[in-house]
Design a protein around this ligand. Structure first.
Ligand code: BG6
Length: 486
């Protein structure tokens, strides 16, 4: 087993201001994530966390600590107890804020800074619904709280090109781009960094990573869960905006990018945005939209709803590396499994030396490189090998690298944790830049303007039947008999 990684320098001292501190994201991810970072010794040596919410949801400091304790107990990876918890809880406070009435927050931030001394950095995390983004940014500007602090913005980054531009303009009126961290938790997954390592730290993957050797790429993120009662959010959003224009396109940027000049934010983000510029605008004829049977009966869903709970589509990239190589993306709710899988299909050898019946035992999934993005993930190469025995028969073999069995578990960070840490370090490598966001909405425009009708699919299936024709003459890598539904 590999040795534990050396601990990097902790970030500078911070006051973290959590907008939406009483909301779902803070409860499920942010508070447990910050506590995990603290336990792992990755928080700044001195920090405070100030929760905030509208006055109607105001908490006292003590109530906020109780709220955080419950969140960590329910969703954290270690229980909220012992000296680590006591120290973490002591750094929590609360100050309500509404437009034009932010005094409690201003006071709480002031107290936190005084308690720390020196000049701690301010980091604002806007874990609020999209309707509240702009007013919270304006509040930070108007009160002067923004100062030279940094801001983490949650998706969706707009709902189309016009709204994305408006949002970016509102943000840039208060924070210059170097202080903006648009968070997409998929980019915090270990396997994204590992794609960079695989490609650029080794001699054997990168030479194959192009149209000469790869016939097609799949980014497949089926979800087993349904909308889980989030009808209000989902009806107005749908799977394309919720998952594709965000998570799946971001992953695509990392899979398809050219080698960056250096492993630092400027170069990485330049290469990612270049991929987005090379993407052809989506062709609705190559998009399958689906809706699971029963969705329209969910509470809060319009009985005639046209919102998609599933999308599969073809993306084409017009550049020298990928011209003619289709990228097929699929994601949806209530599908057979919950997985995060990227598959690169390699060309057949130039000459077919082995008769077809010699390959009888193989199910057609050889010649693939499969990257599983489940936290913490795995990479496998699938190829044909000779079956032992007197005749020349081929079977499939796997070479598998598995994070969980190769490294010590204490080093794993969840997507959000990794990104919170990078934001405190001021490293924007894994955060989306405004021009990238706007370009993706441009790519999406033909689909948003003329979406094909939704097709029904059975919960527990792999989506509407039309998904097979979409990838022909290839086939979806999944199902592969992998982990049980999550
Ligand atoms: C969120 C979406 O951003 O990502 C959810 O809003 C989705 O609808 C979730 O379920 C998936 O994230 P993960 O990491 O569980 O695959």
């Amino acid at each position: 087993m590999a040795q534990p990684a050396q601990s990097p320098e902790p970030p500078a001292d911070h006051v973290i201001v959590l907008f939406g501190a009483t909301g779902d994201l803070a409860r499920r991810k942010l508070l447990p994530g910050l506590f995990h970072l603290a336990r792992a010794g990755l928080m700044p040596s001195r920090y405070r966390i100030v929760g905030t919410a509208p006055a109607t949801e105001a908490l006292t400091d003590e109530q906020f600590r109780t709220h955080a304790r419950q969140a960590v107990a329910e969703f954290g990876c270690s229980p909220p107890e012992g000296p680590a918890w006591e120290a973490f809880a002591a750094g929590l406070s609360f100050g309500a804020a509404d437009t034009g009435a932010a005094d409690p927050l201003i006071a709480a931030v002031g107290e936190a800074e005084t308690a720390l001394g020196g000049r701690p950095r301010r980091l604002f995390h806007l874990a609020v619904p999209p309707v509240a983004f702009t007013s919270m940014i304006e509040l930070l500007g108007a009160t002067g709280l923004a100062g030279d602090g940094r801001v983490i913005v949650e998706k969706p980054f707009g709902t189309d090109l016009a709204s994305a531009r408006q949002l970016n303009a509102a943000i840039h009126a208060v924070f210059d781009e170097s202080r903006v961290f648009r968070i997409d938790h998929f980019l915090g997954k270990e396997s994204v960094d590992n794609v960079l390592a695989l490609r650029f730290a080794n001699g054997f993957f990168e030479p194959l990573w192009n149209r000469d050797h790869i016939t097609h790429v799949q980014i497949d993120v089926p979800e087993h869960i349904d909308i889980q009662g989030r009808a209000r959010f989902f009806e107005g959003t749908g799977t394309f905006r919720d998952m594709v224009v965000t998570h799946l396109f971001q992953l695509l940027g990392f899979i398809a990018m050219e080698p960056p000049v250096a492993l630092e934010a400027g170069s990485l983000r330049d290469e990612q945005v270049k991929v987005f510029h090379s993407m052809r605008a989506l062709d609705p004829a190559h998009v399958v939209r689906g809706q699971y049977t029963g969705y329209r009966e969910e509470q809060g869903v319009d009985p005639a709803s046209d919102t998609e709970t599933f999308v599969a589509l073809r993306v084409e990239i017009d550049n020298w590396r990928w011209a003619g190589v289709p990228f097929h993306l699929r994601t949806g709710k209530a599908l057979a499994e919950g997985r995060h899988v990227v598959t690169l299909g390699l060309r057949e050898p130039a000459l077919r030396m082995f008769p077809l019946d010699a390959r009888a035992a193989a199910d057609g999934r050889s010649n693939e490189l499969v990257i599983d993005f489940d936290d913490p993930g795995s990479v496998s190469a699938r190829f044909l090998v000779k079956e032992p025995g007197p005749s020349m028969r081929l079977a499939e073999g796997d070479m598998v690298f598995n994070y969980r069995t190769s490294f010590a578990a204490q080093n794993f960070l969840e997507g959000y944790e990794h990104l919170l840490l990078e934001a405190m370090r001021g490293n924007q490598s894994l955060f989306t830049r405004s021009d990238g966001v706007e370009r993706l909405w441009e790519v999406a425009a033909p689909l948003l303007d003329a979406p094909p009708p939704v097709r029904p699919y059975a919960p527990g299936s792999w989506g509407p039947d039309a998904v097979d024709a979409l990838v022909a003459p290839y086939r979806w890598h999944l199902p592969d008999g992998g982990p049980a539904p999550s």
